[in-house]
Design a protein around this ligand. Sequence first.
Ligand code: UD1
Ligand code: UDP
Length: 382
Amino acid sequence: MIKIITVIGARPQIIKASAISRAIRNKYGSQISEIIIHTGQHYDESMSKVFFDELQLPKEDYNLQVGSASHGVQTAQMMIKLEEIFINEMPRAILLYGDTNSTLAAAVTAAKLHIPIIHVEGGVRSFNKKFPEEINRLICDHLSTLIFVPTLSGIENMRNEGFKIDTNLQVTSDAPGVYHCGDIMFDNSLFFGEAAERKILWLNNLNVKENEFALITMHRPSNVDDSKVLEELLKTFVRISDEQNLDFVFPVHPRTLKIIDTKISLQTRTALLKSKIRVIPPVSFVEMTLLEKKASIIFTDSGGVQKEAYYFKKPCVILLEETPWQELVESGSALLVGADPEKIMNGYSFLSGKKDLVFPPLFGDGKASEFICEKIIETMRT
Ligand code: UD1
Ligand code: UDP
């Protein structure tokens, strides 16, 4: 039996982990056993527990309850607690997802204890170290023994950083195995797509019509931490909604809500409330999947939501200057507009008028989780 410890902490990681946990439960349970550690980076029920319940992820074995703090404090507190558990459990490997501080803390801790790291969603780069995620990804990839890369551009990034691809040699942290496997989030979107359709009453209660509303998500520090930037963004969405007579659904990340509640002018908050923008708390993954499937267009700075827009063949206005998912932009279905009101409005006009968008397959066949489990078994058996 291969004993692995999965470390998760932020919303998208809980969602990602459910794909591999499902594969282990359904197919590989006699070969892989999984212990789950939740760092507590995200802790609101709507940012954490809701996903365990809905996506049938087994309850975590450990919760470090680290909560919110500065990067240094948060990462350090995670490391202190992870080290003790890793030493006690001594797993064959640590399984990590994406690029959050939880990923970083677990990667550094495991590497110092010589425990192999499996990094799912490796190779992804935005080439901008101002984003904390870029630092976290770089460190995690360079400490890992198995790296699972969702896209071909990610494989190219790894090659450019000197990694050997698809090696059949014995893998070690100094000679890691790097594999192109597709995106486990695509596995999830396919798997939960039908369950989402069954929630149509929930959507009707929001009083929006299929293909006649836009979806917004925003949580990047560059967009929301500076209240002036956020205020301009909110005003821009109110303006589009008013001018186009367009309904919006805006599930608000707690980081963004905190700034809206404390730093946005009363005038803009009132305009938001009076507009056709439904400002709602964060939703569950199945609800989000339904919103993405039924929206006519998506505005987002989320890495995950950009890709999900593509899976469901929706145009996407990306509220960033660059994206680690450059292939979305190259496909013509997504535009990078940053936080510039003019570019956002032009982006909306351009994409909403396009009838010939194409969405060739870029993210695998929905079986990335199985590929990953099989590679883990093949390489970690001894
Ligand atoms: C984190 C990740 C980011 C990921 C995002 C997913 C890092 C550096 N950032 O960003 O890569 O895209 O998660 O959502 O790891 N808060 C709550 N309740 C919660 C969680 C957060 O109120 O359950 C608030 C707190 O005020 C906190 C703020 O949100 O200070 C930011 O949370 P944090 O986890 O530090 O960063 P995210 O912006 O969520
Ligand atoms: N998501 C969700 N509810 C929400 C907003 C997002 O379930 O209210 C899901 C979304 O479908 C995607 C993931 O959360 O699968 C993306 O997480 P987030 O935007 O927080 O982080 P990122 O992907 O940018 O790291």
